[in-house]
Design a protein around this ligand. Structure first.
Ligand code: MG
Length: 163
């Protein structure tokens, strides 16, 4: 049997529609905005993608397995619970977080002024240091539903290493 390396990577992706009258919480940080991601939980698309990257790296099931969006008790829930649970499950499987790198894709809201706050928040939730979290923002240049400001998407990667 060949040895496997003491580290793994995971990929996460999420997208939520942007609607008026919803708070905009990204990475656990409240961003002033006229629109916010719609969803069953607080719809923190950044934390959802991050959680799936962590779970994927550890070879576990996705966040819908741990937090089904059909569960009425989870309505409006703080997505920090989701990422913290993913990190806990990865730890239980023998994996520690090396880093998280996240790309926010959307036309609105403008998030650059909040990147450091989001990095600190994601790091705190994941039990790592802010320098282990990358957050970048880009737009879809006016194309498709994201480009027209109707949705916010996030791509995430996570490296985990053996405890
Ligand atoms: Mg989601």
């Amino acid at each position: 049997m060949s040895a496997t390396p003491p580290f793994r990577i995971g990929l996460g992706y999420d997208i939520h529609p942007l609607v008026a009258g919803r708070p905009c919480i990204l990475g656990g940080v409240h961003i002033p905005s006229e629109v916010g991601p719609d969803g069953h939980s607080d719809a923190d698309v950044l934390l959802h993608a991050a959680a799936d990257a962590v779970l994927g790296a550890a070879g576990l099931r996705d966040i819908g397995h741990y937090f089904p969006n059909t569960d009425p008790s989870l309505k409006g829930m703080d997505s920090a619970v989701i990422l913290a649970r993913a990190v806990q499950e990865a730890g239980r499987a023998g994996w520690k977080i090396g880093n998280l790198d996240l790309v926010l894709i959307g036309e609105r809201p403008k998030v650059m002024a909040h990147v450091e706050a989001m990095k600190a928040s994601v790091a705190k939730i994941a039990g790592i240091q802010p320098n282990q979290v990358g957050i970048k923002a880009t737009t879809n240049e006016g194309m498709d539903s994201i480009g027209q400001g109707k949705a916010l998407a996030v791509q995430a990667v996570c490296l985990v290493f053996a405890l």
